[in-house]
Each structure stands twice: as C-alpha cells, then as structure tokens.
Design a protein around this ligand. Structure first.
Ligand SMILES: [Zn+2]
Ligand SMILES: [Zn+2]
Length: 268
C-alpha cells in the first residue's frame, strides 16, 4: 500500500484543522496541521473522515491564534500526540500556562526552525515563515518525497519566499479570506477592517489569485480555497478568483468549508 491523501476538518475563523496521510508499505504517517476545534468537535470531525484521533502521528501548529491552536493542548494530551511549532508560537501560546518551560509540560512539544525541513515518519515537513500578526508564524509544505502539498493560510501578503516554497506543488490549500470590496463595505469596525486587510492580516481573493497565477504549473492537481470569512466572502467569489487565475472551470476549485472542511483528496 502506498499513497498520499489529505482532507480538511474545517477552515475559517471559528477553527481550522487539516490532515495529511502518507502510507508506505505497512506504515502510515498522519499529520494534522492545526487544531482549532475542541476535543469532542475534533473527534467528531475526524470520525467523519474515518479517522481515530489515536491514529494521528503529530500536530503541526502554524501560530498561536485560537482558531489554529485552540484544541491542540487538550487533543494532544488526551491522545498522546506530539506537537511541532516554532519557539515564538510556543511562548505566545502559553501552553499549560508555563511560558517557556517546555520540559514541564505533559505533552511533547518539538520546537522547530521555520526554515529547516524535518521528517515525521514518512512525511517530509518543509516549514516556511509568513507575514501575519502572530509571534513567529509558519506555514507548511508536506511531501512524501515525490509529491508536495502546500498549505497556506493566515498571511497578509505573499512574499518571494512563500512563492518559492509553493512553486511546483502538486496540491495547494490557499487562503481566500475575504473579497476586498465586501470587507470595505461590510460590518467590521474600521480597526478590524484595517487589521484583516493589512500587510500582516489575511489574503483576499485577488491576492490569492495573483499568488496562484505565479506558482501554477501543468502538474497542479488540486486547488482548494481556505479560511473564507463568513461575513466578507462567498465560496462563489473565491472560486471565481482562483479559477480565473488558472483559466479553469470554477467548479474545479475546491472549498475548505467552516462546517464541512473537504473530503479526502488523493495525490498522484
Ligand atoms: Zn486563522
Ligand atoms: Zn491567524
């Protein structure tokens, strides 16, 4: 048995989690990126994908915002799952209320350099830094050694380094947080509009589309829009922006929905 597949438990400001699984021979490595859901909700969503929480090999945490880290400590402790994150994320998250004392925590936390790739079982993890209003945020490219899945949410702007990391990826999960016009005309107070739309906030549909146009290639087999705002975006607008960038049908673009996430996608 061999294969590389991924799915989303849900994505948006109320909680994010994604799972990626690489099977080689009899071994399976299954990593979760972020867990912004509580224990019961996380277990329910995993079950929907046919997974048992005990079968998760590790949790990679992108940054300390609650919609990404909210459930990490409890899920990791209950199911004995090790966690990987940067030092800045660890300190800012104040896991267990113990600040920098990693060794006093009753879950295993591996501190990572977000420029240094590492392996967990059969999955190569390539972290990279992004501009976002968190202490030391990272996003991830996951690989089985041949195929690559890029996951990118929570950044105010693309950078040459972000695009170098995502170039050639076989699958992309890409933040389409808001439509610029809907955000400006929407219900958020001016300060929040400035934060969300700012250089360390979130990507809008047009920014995501421009990024996608720069990293797209003939082998790109999955593109999914993620972290959509319920107030300031619609799936149709996100799909249209990304499809226009690729010159494909809007239906080909997937959506990581807040409630439903998306079902398993297979690479290769
Ligand atoms: Zn977020
Ligand atoms: Zn964030």
């Amino acid at each position: 048995m061999s294969g590389f597949r991924f799915a989303s438990l849900g994505s948006g400001s109320e909680g994010n989690a994604l799972v990626a699984e690489v099977a080689e021979g009899t071994g399976v490595t299954r990593l979760m990126i972020d867990c912004g859901f509580g224990i019961r909700e996380c277990e329910r969503r995993l079950q929907r994908l046919g997974l048992d929480p005990g079968g998760i090999s590790g949790i990679l945490v992108t940054h300390e915002h609650g919609d990404h880290i909210g459930g990490v400590e409890r899920v990791a402790r209950k199911h004995g799952i090790p966690v990987w994150m940067t030092y800045g994320t660890f300190v800012a998250s104040n896991l267990g209320g113990i600040g920098t004392y990693k060794d006093a925590l009753d879950i295993t936390v591996h501190l990572i350099d977000h420029h240094e790739p590492f392996c967990v079982g059969g999955i190569e993890v390539h972290p990279f830094p992004v501009p976002h209003d968190a202490r030391e945020p990272a996003q991830f490219v996951l690989s089985d050694g041949a195929r690559r899945l890029g996951v990118l949410t929570d950044l105010g702007a693309s950078t040459p380094h972000v695009e170098a990391m995502l170039a050639g990826a076989d699958a992309l999960v890409l933040e389409c947080n808001h439509d610029g016009e809907m955000l400006q005309n929407g219900p958020y107070p001016a300060r929040l509009k400035a934060r969300v739309g700012g250089s360390h906030g979130h990507l809008d549909n047009a920014q995501a589309a421009a990024l996608l146009a720069r990293v797209a290639h003939a082998g790109l087999s999955h593109v999914l829009a993620a972290h959509l705002s319920r107030q300031n975006n619609t799936p149709a607008l996100a799909r249209l922006a990304l499809a226009t960038a690729l010159g494909c049908e809007a239906d080909w673009i997937g959506i990581a929905d807040q409630d439903e996430g998306f079902g398993w996608r297979t690479l290769g």
